[in-house]
Design a protein around this ligand. Structure first.
Ligand code: FE2
Ligand code: FE2
Length: 375
C-alpha cells in the first residue's frame, strides 16, 4: 500500500517523493557559519556489569584494535594530483554517471568540454566535502553511543570507532585542502538528517541513523569510487576507510538485531519510518544542487531531468546496495505489513534485499584482503 500524502508530509516534509520544488526549497542558507549547535537529548548510562557477554561485539572490538592505521604515515600524501587529468580519467566515478545528451532544452545541452570538466571538478569537491561532513557526524554519533548504549561490550567497541572517525575526518579534510583546493559547506538535506540522528533521545536511533543508514550508504559509495578512480592516493585512502567502515556497519547490524527482535510492532514502525526518512534525505542530497548553482544552472530546469537520467539512476540505486540487505537482516523490511519494503519498491531499490548483509561481510574488507572489485 502506498502512503497517503498526509503521512508523506509528516515523514519527509512533502506529499510527493519526487516533488522537485520541495526538494530544492531545502537549502543551506548559512554557508559562512563555522558552528552548528544541535541538542543532544540523551541520557548517559553507566554500567556496572563488566562481563563481556556479547561475543560478536567482542570479536569486532578485537578486530578494531588490530585494524588501526595512521593517516599521516600510511598514505602517500606526496602524490601529485593533477585535477583535470584525474577528473577526465574518472568521469564515471564522479559525474555521478550523467548522460550528457539527456539535457536538451537546458543550458547544460550547450556545455562543451570546458564546462563538463569544470562540472567534474566541482562535483568531486562537493562529493568529498559531503563525505567529510558525514564523517564528522559519525564522530559525534559514536561519541554519543559510547555514552548512551547500555552494554559494556558496545561501549568498548564504540570508543574504537570514535578514533576511526577522527581519522576519516582527518583524511578527507586533508585531501580536500591539499589536493582539491578546498570544498563545499554541508548540504542541507544531509544536515537535516544528521540533526535528526543526534537529536533523538533513543540510543538505538543513533545506531540506526548512523551505522545502518549513513554508513551503509557511505560504504557503498566509497566502494563505487574505489572501483572507478585511478588516482592512487584517493584509491588507497578509500580502501583504508572502507576497512573501518565495514566494521562500523557490522556494529550497527549486530547490536540492533538483538534489540529489534524484542520490539513491539508500534516500536518497529517508528524505526521503519526513520529508516525511510533517512533514505529520502540521502537520495535528495545526491542531487548536488550546490554544484548546479555554482555552474550557474537553474536547478528547476535541470533537476527534473537529473531524476530521470537513466545512467544516473543506476548510481542512485547502487547507493542502497548495503542499506536494503541490512534493513532486511534487522527485520525492518517486512514487519507491519512490509511497510518499509513498499517504500523501497517505490524508490526502486528493493532489488538489493538478498545481497550480503554487513553483519559478517566486514571480514572481507580487512586491510590486506583482496576486494571483488580488485580483480
Ligand atoms: Fe567513517
Ligand atoms: Fe564509520
Amino acid at each position: 500500500m502506498s502512503i497517503t500524502e498526509h503521512e508523506s508530509q509528516d515523514l519527509i516534509g512533502r506529499g510527493e517523493l519526487n516533488d522537485v520544488e520541495a526538494i530544492l526549497a531545502v537549502t543551506n542558507t548559512d554557508v559562512d557559519a563555522v558552528q552548528h549547535i544541535v541538542k543532544d537529548n540523551a541520557d548517559a548510562i553507566f554500567t556496572w556489569d563488566y562481563t563481556l557477554s556479547r561475543p560478536a561485539l567482542r570479536k569486532l572490538y578485537e578486530k578494531a584494535k588490530t585494524g588501526q592505521w595512521n593517516a599521516t604515515t600510511d598514505l602517500p600524501w606526496d602524490t601529485d594530483v593533477d585535477l583535470e587529468e584525474t577528473v577526465t580519467a574518472d568521469q564515471v566515478a564522479f559525474s555521478a554517471g550523467l548522460t550528457p545528451n539527456h539535457y536538451d532544452g537546458t543550458v547544460v545541452a550547450k556545455w562543451g568540454d570546458k564546462e563538463w570538466m569544470e562540472f567534474g571538478i566541482e562535483q568531486r569537491r562537493w562529493s568529498l566535502s559531503q563525505f567529510l561532513h558525514g564523517e564528522q557526524g559519525a564522530l559525534l554519533c559514536t561519541a554519543k553511543i559510547t555514552e548512551t548504549v547500555p552494554w559494556y561490550d558496545a561501549k568498548l567497541y564504540a570508543s574504537t570507532q570514535v578514533v576511526d572517525e577522527a581519522r576519516h575526518v582527518e583524511v578527507f579534510a586533508r585531501y580536500l585542502e591539499e589536493k582539491l583546493g578546498g570544498g563545499y559547506q554541508i548540504n542541507a538535506h544531509l544536515r537535516m538528517l544528521l540533526d535528526d540522528i543526534v537529536n533523538d533521545s533513543r540510543w538505538d536511533m543513533t545506531y540506526l541513523g548512523m551505522q545502518v543508514m549513513v554508513e551503509g550508504l557511505a560504504l557503498a559509495a566509497f566502494g563505487y569510487m574505489y572501483q572507478f578512480t585511478g588516482e592512487p592516493l584517493l584509491k588507497q585512502l578509500l580502501r583504508y576507510v572502507m576497512s573501518d567502515e565495514a566494521r562500523h556497519v557490522a556494529f550497527g547490524v549486530l547490536s540492533l538485531q538483538e534489540v529489534y527482535k524484542e520490539m513491539s510492532d508500534a516500536e518497529i514502525k517508528e524505526r521503519q519510518e526513520f529508516a525511510y526518512e533517512a533514505s529520502v534525505r540521502m537520495r535528495d542530497r545526491f542531487i548536488s544542487q550546490e554544484v548546479w548553482n555554482r555552474m550557474g544552472v537553474n536547478t528547476r530546469d535541470v533537476v527534473p531531468l537529473v531524476l530521470r537520467d537513466p545512467t544516473r539512476a543506476v548510481f542512485q540505486q547502487m547507493l542502497f546496495a548495503k542499506i536494503v540487505p541490512n534493513c532486511k537482516k534487522l527485520g525492518l523490511l517486512d514487519r507491519n505489513d512490509s511497510w518499509l519494503r513498499r517504500r523501497y519498491e517505490e524508490m526502486g531499490v528493493i532489488q538489493f534485499e538478498n545481497m550480503d548483509d554487513t553483519g559478517e561481510e566486514y571480514i572481507k574488507f580487512e586491510l590486506g584482503e583482496k576486494l571483488e572489485s580488485d580483480a
